[in-house]
Design a protein around this ligand. Sequence first.
Ligand code: HEM
Length: 471
Amino acid sequence: EPKKKKNLPPGPKPWPVIGSLHLLGQHETPFQAFTALSKLYGDIFSITLGATPCVVVNNFDSIREVLITKGAEFGGRPDFMRFHKLFGGDRNNSLALCDWSSLQKTRRSIARNYCSPKFTSLQFDYVNQVGCQGTRVLLEELRSLPEGKPVALKPMVLAACMNMFTQYMCSAKFDYRDAEFKRTVRYFDEIFWEINQGYAVDFLPWLLPLYANHMQKLSDWASEIRKFILARIIEKHRATLDPSLPPKDFTDALLLHLDEDPNMNWQHIIFELEDFLGGHSAVGNLVMVALAEIVKNPQVGKKIQAEVDNVTNGERLPNLSDRTSMPYTEAVLWETLRSASSPIVPHVATAETEIGGFTVEKGTMVFINNYELNVGNVYWDKPELFSPERFISVETGTLVKPAHFIPFSTGKRTCIGQRLVQCFSFIIIATIMQYFDISSNEEINLKPCCMAVPPDCFEIVLHPRNRTGAN
Ligand code: HEM
């Protein structure tokens, strides 16, 4: 049988050594550069970055083909040095940065129960309880601050999120003033900011010596975090674990699995827990971006307040059972996810395959241009506006999610934490807005294509609301 001729996607001709990396530098972010290049070369184009062959997919049909129809052929992840540094020298220790494997299948299935609780389950009630408790502590902290002064809200929001995660997954919580806890939350946030940046060194490994200090910092942060988790969380669990009882939390479930499954080792357990606890940084950063949008768009804050006042009658704090009656608040979170447009982790083709009829060779890195899905004129009316109303049906007043809106990706490597994100961020935003009007004395600049704000970011001014009849 004659060999079929390869029909590779069109794209810019690479230069020696750097490939087409310079083209990405012509825009504020690589994803904006991808959109510009797609106008020249089409929705599926190839580009060489350093020496790495890549394909960029820019429209919903081809994105669906990569993530769903052919998800099994695009289950790999890129081999960036930074990823190895963060995970004890091997990125396959990480749930999000590993290649697909049967180990990954096991790890995802242990996590699913805890991180994607069904809405009617006991687990879900527990998420609600933990989220409300954690938010009450945050509220007390915020109410004790001097009124009308700018405050660094981020460390407090992150501490609240971390306590929700440690309480939910490890039955442990910590004082905001506990120095080791504070430091751990800070290191997690440094790492979250870090993995949200793109670096030329990812594609030009020979630059590595120049980044020696930076890489060392990454390893150090990760090992400090590991020490905290071992000393302050795992040791106690191990001492009290009773294998004859059902696991009381995610940590127990992981430890029990260690005894039962020969494919799991001690390293896997620690890293899996670390990965999931790290999810609190994503929630905290999302909350900060949502607060920034509320400051920039004061009418949004007023509408959240009207909704939460109406639902709680000013007599109690909001909780997850209010979500269905608070579509606007929920829509603010969706609109935050849309406008921030956090990148989807690149996938890698594990075999030769095709996208939209174009050949994609084994080992090709595939970038999903979800920036285009989130802000393209083809998909949205006035995409540049922050308008939560776009997610609310005019006829029914309920939430509607367009199929092309996939902030957590889709398919076999879709985000495992999305339910927790939606639950915890809802309670925090609804509660803060119930108690405070917020503003800022500085101009807040948010980076496009990024859900992260820097560890030391903008300050917020909290003005207690005049809520007559409220407690
Ligand atoms: C604002 C918050 C978050 C956003 C926007 C987000 C988004 C995403 C996206 C786009 C992916 C990539 C999926 C793909 O490659 O196709 C992903 C993967 C993942 N996310 Fe999230 N995520 C968030 C928070 C969380 C949290 C809180 C957790 C943990 C509790 C979490 C756990 C994971 C894991 C484990 C993966 C890797 C799945 C795999 O590769 O098999 N995420 N997330």
